[in-house]
Write a protein that binds this ligand. Structure first.
Ligand code: CDM
Ligand code: ATP
Length: 282
C-alpha cells in the first residue's frame, strides 16, 4: 500500500543570530511557523531501488535532491532490500527561504520510516534530520516552535492562530550560505524579542505579532536586492498588518487576520515577475 504525505513550508516570525561557530554555522534563536502551502510526496515500496520523479515547480530530480539524500540516509538503517518509488509534486518556490527542500526531506524520513516499518522514534529521526540540513528537524513536526542551536534544538509552542499569509517570491533565489556570510555580527541592528513574540502569539494579538516580527538576516538580503524593500512597502500598502522577509529570503510575507483577506490581497496586488501566493498559519 502506498503513502501520501504533505510537506509544509515554513516562515520565520523571528530570526536572531547569536554567534558564529568554528565550522562556519551560526547559533540562532528563531520562531518557526508552518504554513498551509505544501509539496506532496507519494511513495510505494519497491525492492532495492530508490526512484524519484518530480512535477510542478522545477527542481532537480538528481542525486542532490534532498528527498533522495534523506531516502539514502534512512536506507542505511533499513538495509539494501528496502527501496521505494517516490513522486514529489512541488508547489513551494525553490531557494526561497521557505524550507522547501528541508520539508521534502523531513516528509521522506517520516514516510519511509513507515513504509519500511523501521519504527524509529522522533529522537532518532531528529538525529538523521540534523545531518540533512538545519531546517529539517523543525519540518519533521512543524507547527509553531522556537528553534535554537543551528536550528535543530526545538521547543514546541502552543498552536498559533490561523493568521493569513501573503507570500511574494521574486524571480531570483538567494544562497543561504552567502547571506549568513554577509552578516556583520557586531552590527546586527534591531534584534527580535523572543518572549514578546511568544506572548503575542499566545494572546492571538495580530498587531502585537506584527510589531514583533524581526529577522536579522533581512538587512543582508535587502542590501543584495534593494527591490525587496519596494515589495515590503507594497504588501503593507495593500493591507498586510505586518511584513517580513522569511529565513535568508528572498520571499517576503505579509500577515493578515485570516486566509480570506490574504487571498484578496494576493489577487489584487500587482507585482510583475513575482510569484504571489496566499496561505495561512497551520
Ligand atoms: C535561514 C534558515 O532557513 C532559517 O530557518 C536556516 O537558518 C537555514 O537552514 P537550511 O537552509 O536548512 O540550512 P543548511 O542547508 O543546513 O545550511 C546552508 C548554509 O547556511 C549556513 N547556515 C545555516 C544554518 C545556520 N544555523 N547557520 C549557518 O551559517 C551555512 O553556511 C550552511 O552551509
Ligand atoms: N526537494 C527539493 N526541493 C527544493 N530544493 C531542493 C530540493 N532538493 C534539493 N534542493 C536544492 O536546495 C537548494 C535550496 O532550495 P530550498 O527550496 O530548500 O531553499 P530554501 O527555501 O531557501 O531553504 P531554507 O529556508 O531551509 O534555507 C536549491 O538549490 C535546490 O536546488
Amino acid at each position: 500500500m502506498g503513502l501520501r504525505l504533505n510537506a509544509h513550508a515554513k516562515i520565520n516570525l523571528t530570526l536572531d543570530v547569536l554567534s558564529r561557530r568554528p565550522d562556519g554555522y551560526h547559533e540562532v534563536e528563531m520562531i518557526m511557523q508552518s504554513i498551509a502551502l505544501h509539496d506532496t510526496l507519494e511513495m510505494e515500496f519497491e525492492p532495492k531501488e530508490i526512484v524519484l520523479t518530480v512535477s510542478g515547480v522545477r527542481v532537480t530530480a538528481g542525486q542532490d535532491n534532498l528527498v533522495l539524500r534523506a531516502a539514502r540516509l534512512l536506507q542505511q538503517q533499513a538495509g539494501p532490500e528496502a527501496g521505494a518509488r517516490i513522486h514529489l509534486h512541488k508547489e513551494i518556490p525553490v531557494a526561497a527561504g521557505l524550507a522547501g527542500g528541508s520539508t521534502d526531506a523531513a516528509a521522506a524520513l517520516r514516510g519511509l520510516n513507515r513504509l519500511w516499518n523501521l519504527g524509529l522514534g522522533n529522537e532518532q529521526l531528529v538525529k538523521l534530520a540534523a545531518q540533512l540540513g538545519a531546517d529539517v528537524s523543525f519540518c519533521l513536526t512543524g507547527g509553531t516552535a522556537v528553534a535554537r542551536g543551528i536550528g535543530e534544538i526545538l521547543t514546541p509552542l502552543p498552536p498559533a492562530p490561523a493568521f493569513g499569509v501573503v507570500l511574494v517570491k521574486p524571480a531570483f533565489g538567494v544562497s543561504t550560505a552567502a547571506v549568513y556570510r554577509g552578516l556583520d555580527l557586531a552590527d546586527l541592528g534591531r534584534r527580535p524579542d523572543t518572549p514578546a513574540m511568544v506572548g503575542a502569539l499566545q494572546k492571538g494579538d495580530l498587531d502585537l505579532v506584527a510589531r514583533n516580527l524581526c529577522n536579522v538576516l533581512e538587512s543582508v538580503t535587502l542590501k543584495l536586492h534593494p527591490e525587496l524593500q519596494t515589495i515590503k512597502e507594497r504588501l503593507q500598502e495593500a493591507g498586510c498588518r505586518g511584513v517580513l522577509m522569511s529565513g535568508s529570503g528572498p520571499t517576503v510575507f505579509g500577515l493578515t487576520a485570516d486566509q480570506k483577506t490574504a487571498g484578496e490581497i494576493a489577487r489584487r496586488i500587482n507585482l510583475p515577475e513575482c510569484r504571489v501566493l496566499a496561505a495561512f498559519m497551520v
